[in-house]
Design a binder for this molecule. Structure first.
Ligand code: GDP
Ligand code: IMO
Ligand code: MG
Length: 423
């Protein structure tokens, strides 16, 4: 069997959690492969709303196996809070959730370092989620990390060594902090973590595939936040792209099946960094208000703009996307016209590719299409789509060269429409 991968094509928050939940019935296993509690994946069903940060979005559906892979960074304190809230709401997970021993731990001092590095950057700060993501991946790559498996063996020593190193850096930075509360919650999280299946997930996932089980890999963040291909340095610290599923789970590239690329009908970004199609006018405010564009975890206002097809084409290429999924179509229901960026002007010259650096001098060239001016939120099938909406879909498919297989018309699980079902 192969694995299917679902990942964001923009700057995150495309609606990955919702669609993973919608697709979960078709799979036996759902696995996260990168990122950590910087993610906030929202799911809505039966009048309830849940936000997941480290736990895969397949957790609500029966006895599916959910895996937190080696590529993920895990904060035991935040994990405990998330898991306990789920259990309290009637969703048991101890038997269903398997955690890679090779996943790296976010230490309390990683969170402090995240804040200290941001403060040191001043105006050039990234606008991170403050969850210690960058410092944890830095320690992983520099071979100083503490892993989940370490909590079973010689843990105190490993923790103390890492903490001492971080404290020295914080002293050099002259950064004031208080670790007491963070460390207490974190140590409780470590004890809590011991109750879970801590596994060699690369063996487990390959065994499951060999037994004929189907696996969906759930990306976090988005391609434009990828540490290699995103809008560097305004990115996260992991590979958010399809290849991240191979390294973050221990899968050979020949194991990759469908690649679902998910995008909003417009575009948003939270945190600092370039965003060529950003709107600073009332249209941007309207998209933000109708789309409730506030961070699922941090509550930060998301910046809004039109869809960027230059960036999307790049994301389709980097990920080898085989199926597209368009989210939040309903947010554009009341607009007279819809715009889409088809090329950039870079230092006065028109280009149709994503350049090395989009931090300066990039202006969007926008195509204009008629709006559909129809409430789509209760639609059940593509037969109900207004003509102008179909024209928008056709335009995007032509530009991107991949079919849009799923259209989302509202946050609820039920507000999801599949297309090309006859194939
Ligand atoms: P993720 O990080 O990719 O899982 O996305 P987030 O959960 O951070 O943000 C997506 C937001 O849009 C959440 O509040 C969802 O409930 C909401 N949402 C998802 N799909 C739709 C949709 O089709 N229409 C509307 N109006 N909201 C949606
Ligand atoms: P989901 O999975 C949107 C952004 C931050 C910041 C940059 C680096 O919900 O789509 P980090 O804390 O990772 O070092 O921050 O990345 N960012 C996200 N933006 N959605 C996310 O996750 C994000 N995770 C990180 O805002 O600009
Ligand atoms: Mg999110």
């Amino acid at each position: 069997m192969k694995v299917d991968v679902l990942l964001g094509l923009q700057w995150g928050d495309e609606g990955k959690g919702k669609v993973v939940d919608v697709l979960t019935p078709k799979y036996d296993v759902v696995a996260r492969f990168q990122g950590g509690p910087n993610a906030g994946h929202t799911l809505e069903f039966e009048g309830q709303k849940y936000v997941l940060r480290s736990i895969p979005s397949g957790i609500f559906q029966g006895d599916k196996v959910n895996i937190i892979g080696n590529g993920v960074v895990l904060d035991p304190a935040l994990f405990k809070a998330e898991a306990e809230a789920l259990e309290a709401s009637g969703h048991p997970l101890k038997e269903r959730l398997h955690i890679s021993k090779k996943a790296h731990l976010i230490l309390p001092t990683h969170r402090i370092l995240d804040a200290a590095y941001e403060a040191a950057k001043g105006d050039a700060k990234v606008g991170t989620t403050g969850k210690g993501i960058g410092p944890t991946y830095t320690d992983k790559v520099s071979r100083n990390g503490v892993r989940v498996g370490d909590i079973l063996h010689n843990f105190e020593q490993k923790y103390a060594a890492a903490k001492a190193r971080h404290e020295q850096i914080l002293k050099d930075l002259d950064y004031e902090y208080d670790l007491t509360e963070l460390e207490k919650a974190w140590m409780e999280g470590i004890e809590y973590l011991k109750q879970f299946h801590l596994v060699d997930s690369e063996h487990e996932i390959n065994k499951l595939l060999n037994e004929g089980k189907s696996v969906l890999c759930e990306g976090a963040q988005g391609t434009m936040l990828d540490v290699d291909f995103g809008s560097y340095p305004f990115v996260t610290s992991s590979n958010t792209i399809c290849a991240g599923a191979c390294t973050g789970l221990g899968l050979g590239p020949n194991r990759i099946g469908e690649v679902y690329g998910i995008f909003k009908a417009y575009c948003t970004r939270v945190g600092a960094g370039p965003f060529p199609t950003e709107l600073f006018d009332e249209t941007g405010d309207k998209i933000g208000a109708l789309g409730h564009e506030f961070g699922a975890v941090t509550g930060r206002k998301r910046r809004c703009g039109w869809i960027d097809l230059v960036a999307l084409k790049y994301s389709v290429m980097i990920n080898g996307v085989t199926k597209l999924i368009m989210m939040k179509s309903d947010v554009l229901d009341t607009f007279d016209t819809i715009k889409a960026c088809v090329a950039y002007k870079l230092n006065g010259e028109e280009i149709d590719y994503f350049p090395y650096d989009i931090t300066e001098g990039v202006e969007p060239i926008l195509a204009e299409l008629p709006g559909w001016k129809t409430d789509m939120t209760k639609m059940q099938s593509e037969d109900e789509f207004p003509e102008e909406f179909n024209a928008y879909l056709n335009f995007l498919e032509e530009q991107l060269g991949v079919q849009i297989k799923i259209v989302s018309v509202g946050p609820d699980r039920a507000q999801t429409i599949e297309r090309y079902t006859e194939e």
